[in-house]
Design a protein around this ligand. Structure first.
Ligand code: PEP
Ligand code: MG
Length: 759
C-alpha cells in the first residue's frame, strides 16, 4: 500500500512536469500522445487514452491513445452517455470495472483493438463546471485497478485539466484547416464569451480591479531637464488634442458624443488642477512629479467619494494625467491615446466606452456578468471587439503584457507566440469584411420558393445608418433611442432629440422607420436620475413603466419623434408592454403629444403607427387583445427569452440556460404569431432569435416575414434564407412547436442541416 502511495505521489509530480511538455513547441496531438504514454507507463496499464469533449457537437473524441489502435485517433467519437466512457462524462464520476464488458453500458467499438482488455478505469476531466474530457485506462488483466488507482488517476486528471482544456479549445476551433496555434513558454489561454466579434493584437491595460495600478506613475528617467515652459506647452498640447478629439467625435458620433471629453477639459483648465501643478513647479518641484502628485491627489479624493458619479471620474483623471505626462516627456506628436491597448476591466460605463473608442482602443475584455448588456450593444455599433470572461485571473495580467484576442471564439491569449500572432494578424487582415458583405447584399430577400422576407436594420447609433444603407436593409426595424440618453449627463432636450431622430428618419431610402421609445432601467441606468437603485432592476421601473411614470420625458420624446417624422408615417414602438392598459395609456400620451405639437406651432402631423413590444409572458398572454389595438407587434426576443425562462440575459453564470430554442419560447412565438395573424396585425421580430438561421427558419415556417438585426448580419441572413424552402419550413415549424424537450428540438433542427450564411 505504502509502495503504491509513493508511486502515486511520484506520478503526480511527474504529471506537473508533463505540463512542461506542452511548452516545448509540441503540437497538440504530439503533446497528448506523450501524456498518454507517460500515464500508462506510470500506472503500469496496457492502455491509456484521452477523449476530449467537443462542446459544440456534444461528442467525445478520442484524441490520444497508448495501446488502442492509433488509427482511431480523431475518428472515434462517442456521445455523452454512450458506452462506459460516455457515461463517465455524462455522470461526471469515475467508473472502475474488473471486467468492462460486464457493465450493461459497455459498448464494443469494432476496430479499436480493445477486444483483449478486461479491466477498465475512467475519470472525468473537469475544469470548474466545464467538461473537458475523459482520461481512461484499460488492462489485459481483470480487476487490475484499485481504489487507490482511482484516486491517482483523478489527481492526474485534475493536474492536467487546465492544460487539457487549452488543448480542447484548440482542437475544436471551428477553422480546423487554419494552422493550429502552439502554446509555447509563458502563453496562456483565457476563455470567455464573444459579445462583439473581431480580433485584436495589443498590450493589456488594466483599468481597474485588483490588478490595476490605482495611481498615476510617471515613468520619466531624465525629468530634471523639464522646465515650467515644457509644462505649459504640455498643457496646451493636451488641451488641443482633447478639443480635436471632441470635434472628431461630434462629427462621427453626433448623437452620443456631446461633450464627452468635457470633464477632461474642465479639469485641465481648473486652477485647482493645472494651477496647483504650476504652483508646485514654481516652488521647485519637477514638472512630472507635480503632475503625478496633483493627479494622484484628485484620484484619491474621487475614488473615496460616496457619490458614484464622482467615482466615475477617476478614469478621466488618469487619462488626463497620462496625456499631460506623455506630452511633457515628448514635445512632438500625438500622445495619450490607447492605440495598441486591450482594456481589461470589470465595469464600464457607455460614456467611458465611447471615450476609449475615440482614443483608439484595440479591444475590450470585461469581467463577466453585471450590468453590461448595453455596453455590449454599444460596443457592437462602435465595432470594438469585446469578450466577457468569468476568469478572475484576467485581473492578474500586468498592464503592458502582450495579448492576442480572438473575440470570434471568445479567446484571449496572454503572451501569444509567433504562430498565434501570425494567425491573429491574418484574421485582422481578413476582418474588414464590409466590402465583401456589400458585394453580396441584394435589395430583396426571397426564399428558394419565392416567398418575400423583409430583413430590416436594428440601429443603435446614427453611425449604424451608413452600414444599413450599404448593406441594403429594407427599412429600420428597431431604433434603440436610449444611447443619447445614456451618454449624456442630463436628459437631451426635445430639440436635440428631434435632430437625432430626423437623421434616423431620413437615413434610408426605404420609408419604414421604427423608433422605439426610451428603454431605460434594467441594465440601462441613467446616472442623472436620483434614487434609481433597485434590488431587481429588470423587474423594476424599466422602459414603458419609466415613461408612464415620467410623463414629461415621455411627451418630450414623442413630440421629438413625431416632429422628426414630418409627413412620413413613422412607426413608434413601446418596449416592455405588460398589459393592454400600458398600451392604451401610451397611446393617449401620443395623442396628447400630437396636440402639443400643434399648440406649439410646430405643425400638424400624421398619427404614427403604434406598436407594442412583446417581451413579457404577460404580453404573450395578452397578444390577441394587443394585436387588435396595436398597428403592429414586435417580438423583442432578448427579453422574451429572459423573462419566459427566468434567466438574466446579462448573467454569464446562467448563459447556458438562455436557450432560444426552448419549447416554451418556440410556443410563445407561435402564440403571438397566431394572435397577430388572427387580428391581421403585422408582426416583426428583433433581438437574438432574428440572428440565428434556425430560429428564423422556424418563425418563417410559422408565417413571420419581418426580421430586424444589426446591419452587418443582413447579407449573411439573406444568403441563408435564400436557400430555405417556405413549404418545408411550414411543415417543420408545425412539428417543432409540438416537441416537448430542448433535446428533441435541438436534434430535430440539427437533422434538418439548415443552410448557414456562407459569407
Ligand atoms: C429585445 O429585447 O429583444 C430587444 C430588441 O430589445 P433590447 O435588447 O434593447 O432590450
Ligand atoms: Mg428588450
Amino acid at each position: 500500500m505504502k509502495e503504491k502511495l509513493k508511486t502515486n505521489v511520484e506520478m503526480i509530480c511527474s504529471v506537473s512536469e508533463l505540463a512542461n511538455l506542452f511548452h516545448q513547441g509540441q503540437d497538440i496531438r504530439g503533446f497528448l500522445s506523450q501524456v498518454v504514454h507517460i500515464v500508462s507507463r506510470h500506472m503500469q496499464s496496457d492502455v491509456c487514452s484521452i477523449f476530449l469533449y467537443n462542446e459544440q457537437k456534444d461528442l467525445l473524441v478520442l484524441e490520444a491513445t497508448a495501446g488502442l489502435n492509433p488509427d482511431m485517433v480523431g475518428q472515434l467519437t462517442l456521445l455523452s452517455g454512450e458506452g462506459l466512457t460516455g457515461l463517465t462524462m455524462k455522470e461526471l464520476r469515475p467508473i472502475r470495472e474488473g471486467r468492462g464488458r460486464d457493465n450493461p453500458y459497455f459498448k464494443y467499438i469494432p476496430g479499436s483493438g480493445e477486444d483483449r482488455f478486461e479491466s477498465f478505469l475512467a475519470v472525468p476531466i473537469i475544469r470548474g463546471i466545464r467538461r473537458v474530457g475523459v482520461l481512461e485506462l484499460q488492462d489485459e488483466k481483470s480487476s487490475r485497478f484499485s481504489k487507490a488507482d482511482v484516486l491517482a488517476l483523478k489527481a492526474i486528471a485534475s493536474q492536467l485539466a487546465s492544460t487539457l482544456e487549452n488543448a480542447q479549445l484548440f482542437m475544436f476551433l471551428p477553422e480546423k484547416n487554419e494552422p493550429s496555434i502552439q502554446i509555447t513558454e509563458g502563453s496562456r489561454l483565457i476563455r470567455g464569451t464573444q459579445v462583439v466579434e473581431g480580433v485584436a493584437l495589443g498590450q493589456a491595460y488594466q483599468m481597474e480591479g485588483p490588478g490595476a495600478e490605482g495611481n498615476l506613475i510617471s515613468t520619466c528617467d531624465d525629468c530634471y531637464r523639464e522646465t515650467i515652459e515644457d509644462f505649459h506647452r504640455a498643457i496646451d498640447s493636451t488641451e488641443r488634442q482633447l478639443e480635436e478629439l471632441q470635434i472628431r467625435l461630434e462629427e462621427e458620433l453626433a448623437d452620443v458624443a456631446s461633450l464627452i471629453f468635457s470633464a477632461h477639459l474642465l479639469m485641465l483648465r481648473d486652477d485647482g488642477f493645472s494651477g496647483s501643478m504650476a504652483n508646485m513647479i514654481s516652488e521647485g518641484t519637477r514638472p512630472s512629479d507635480a503632475v503625478e502628485h496633483v493627479a494622484n491627489n484628485y484620484i484619491t479624493i474621487f475614488a473615496n467619494s460616496d457619490n458614484p458619479r464622482m467615482r466615475e471620474k477617476v478614469q478621466d483623471i488618469k487619462d488626463l494625467g497620462h496625456r499631460i505626462l506623455e506630452n511633457l516627456l515628448e514635445d512632438e506628436g500625438e500622445h495619450g491615446d490607447y492605440s495598441g491597448q486591450i482594456i481589461i476591466t470589470n465595469e464600464l460605463l457607455p460614456s467611458e466606452l465611447l471615450k476609449l473608442t475615440a482614443q483608439n482602443i484595440e479591444g475590450l475584455v470585461l469581467y463577466g456578468g453585471g450590468v453590461t448588456a448595453h455596453v455590449g450593444v454599444l460596443a457592437r455599433s462602435l465595432h470594438v471587439p469585446l469578450i466577457f470572461s468569468e476568469d478572475e485571473s484576467i485581473f492578474r495580467i500586468p498592464s503592458n503584457t502582450p495579448l492576442a484576442m480572438d473575440a470570434n471564439q471568445g479567446l484571449l491569449i496572454v503572451n501569444p507566440d509567433n504562430a498565434a500572432r501570425k494567425r491573429i494578424t491574418q484574421l485582422i487582415e481578413g476582418s474588414d469584411r464590409i466590402d465583401e458583405l456589400e458585394a453580396a447584399a441584394r435589395p430583396e430577400t426571397r426564399t428558394v420558393d419565392g416567398e418575400r422576407i423583409y430583413l430590416r436594420a436594428t440601429v443603435n447609433l446614427l453611425s449604424d445608418l451608413k452600414l444599413a444603407k450599404r448593406l441594403m436593409a429594407e427599412g429600420i426595424g428597431l431604433y434603440r433611442s436610449e444611447f443619447p440618453f445614456l451618454i449624456r449627463s442630463d436628459f437631451p432636450s426635445e430639440e436635440e432629440q428631434y435632430l437625432i431622430y430626423k437623421q434616423v428618419v431620413d437615413g434610408l431610402e426605404n420609408s419604414l422607420v421604427t423608433l422605439r421609445t426610451l428603454d431605460v432601467g434594467g441594465d440601462k441606468i441613467l446616472s442623472y436620475i436620483p434614487d434609481t437603485k433597485e434590488a431587481n432592476p429588470f423587474l423594476g421601473l424599466r422602459a414603458i413603466r419609466f415613461l408612464l411614470e415620467n410623463k414629461k420625458v415621455f411627451v418630450g420624446q414623442l413630440k421629438a419623434m413625431i416632429h422628426a417624422g414630418g409627413n412620413k408615417q413613422i412607426r413608434i414602438l413601446f418596449p416592455l408592454i405588460s398589459s393592454l392598459d400600458d398600451f392604451l395609456n401610451a397611446r393617449k400620451i401620443v395623442l396628447k403629444s400630437l396636440s402639443f405639437l400643434k399648440r406649439d406651432g410646430l405643425g400638424q402631423f400624421p398619427m404614427p403607427k403604434l406598436g407594442a413590444m412583446i417581451e413579457l409572458p404577460s404580453a404573450v398572454e395578452m397578444a390577441p387583445e394587443l394585436a387588435k389595438e396595436a398597428d403592429f407587434l414586435s417580438l423583442g426576443t432578448n427579453d422574451l427569452v429572459q423573462y419566459m425562462l427566468g434567466v438574466d440575459r446579462t448573467n454569464e453564470k446562467v448563459a447556458d440556460l438562455f436557450d432560444i430554442r426552448h419549447p416554451a419560447v418556440l410556443r410563445a412565438v407561435k402564440r403571438v404569431n397566431d394572435a397577430a395573424k388572427e387580428a391581421d396585425c403585422p408582426l416583426s421580430v428583433c433581438g437574438i432569435m432574428s440572428k440565428d438561421p434556425r430560429t428564423v427558419y422556424y418563425m418563417m415556417g410559422l408565417g413571420v416575414r419581418e426580421f430586424s438585426m444589426e446591419p452587418g448580419k443582413i447579407p449573411g441572413m439573406q444568403n441563408a434564407v435564400s436557400r430555405m424552402d417556405i413549404q418545408q419550413a411550414r411543415k417543420d415549424a408545425e412539428i417543432l412547436s409540438g416537441l416537448g424537450t430542448q433535446e428533441e428540438i435541438r436534434n430535430y433542427l440539427d437533422k434538418l442541416k439548415l443552410p448557414e450564411p456562407t459569407i
